[in-house]
Design a protein around this ligand. Structure first.
Ligand SMILES: [Zn+2]
Length: 318
């Protein structure tokens, strides 16, 4: 199977998430976390967006440089199995060379100090996703968990506009509802919710309303299914529960919108039977068993997200 997963917190996991206690052992190639390249390379094609994210305890000013530094070290150490990609054509080239395609995304503008210069630097360094916030409110917006009535201020609007100019994809997962609609008004092209489920199926504020899903669809963006059990259902969360979110989004005309953003290594509990990247195929298998066509499944698990990326890196454009 081909997989493009739009969100994981594996970089933070490799550093030892300060909230989860002792350091897990391993490298990006092989580790005890949810995601490693070894498991990804079992797939026919594997692309992964790695989040640049950290907790307050790490000092926000250092998060970007620390995680980017670790990512760069891993890219070098694993250069036979992975390529750092900035565009669709680079991801496809990585796939042809039987390598994983690795992308970077910011999760929370606070990790770049909410500063336009730092966003420009990130774009220059190949970061392709701009997640406006995580759960904690920041200088530019409220979130789904804090200051939930606050949308983007002038500084936030400036950053979202700049991200688009820099050919970065704005990510609305974790945003407050007013913040979501502020991005929607500003966006001239596709924007994404990299790891968010359906609020109609499970009424959690981290999930999207039907109107939000349709707005992303109409902008040509994607919505990535999040495998964190907390965002999927009340209890006894299984692959069947994931399928309910998929079916609902497909009912909303989401064939070209639905994608995967597993939140692997960023979540405490996965659906029953899923222990990490190696089991994501179970969701595809269940859909195939129900008669969903190959083309639709390839779209959901890989091609839709691939389509949102710029075909070529801005630096390579004539
Ligand atoms: Zn997240």
């Amino acid at each position: 199977m081909k997989l493009f997963d739009g969100h994981c917190d594996t970089l933070l996991g490799l550093l030892g998430n300060p909230r989860s206690g002792p350091l897990p052992v391993g490298s990006l190639y092989e580790n005890s976390l949810h995601v490693d390249l070894k498991r990804g390379l079992e797939l026919d094609f594997y692309a992964q967006v790695f989040a640049l994210f950290g907790f307050r305890e790490m000092g926000f000013a250092d998060v970007f440089d620390t995680l980017y530094g670790r990512f760069a070290e891993e890219m070098e150490a694993c250069r036979d199995s992975v390529s750092f990609c900035r565009s669709r054509s680079e991801a496809e080239a990585a796939g042809k060379a039987h390598k994983a395609a690795a992308f970077l995304s910011i999760e929370g503008a606070e990790v770049i100090g909410c500063r336009p210069e730092k966003l420009e630097e990130a774009a220059e360094k190949g970061v392709r996703g701009f997640g406006v916030c995580w759960n904690r409110a920041n200088e530019i917006t409220g979130t789904c968990a804090e200051d939930t009535d606050r949308g983007l201020g002038p500084k936030g609007r400036e950053l979202v506009r700049l991200a688009e100019e820099l050919r970065m994809v704005t990510d609305v997962s974790h945003l407050s509802d007013p913040g979501f609609w502020d991005v929607e008004k500003l966006a001239g092209g596709p924007f994404i919710a990299s790891h968010s489920n359906s609020r109609a199926i499970h009424p959690h504020p981290r999930n999207l309303t039907d109107d939000m899903f349709r707005a992303i669809r109409d902008h040509g963006g994607t919505v990535g299914l999040n495998l964190y059990a907390l965002f999927l259902g009340e209890e006894n969360v299984t692959v069947e529960t994931v399928l309910r979110h998929i079916d609902h989004f497909l009912d909303l005309g989401g064939e070209k919108t639905l994608a995967v953003g597993g939140d692997l290594d960023g979540c405490e509990q996965l659906p029953e039977g899923i222990a990490g990247l190696q089991d994501v195929h179970l969701i595809r298998d269940a859909l195939a068993q129900r008669g969903y066509g190959e083309e639709l499944l390839d779209d959901i698990f890989c091609n839709n997200l691939l389509r949102v990326l710029p075909l070529q890196d801005a630096a390579h454009k004539e």
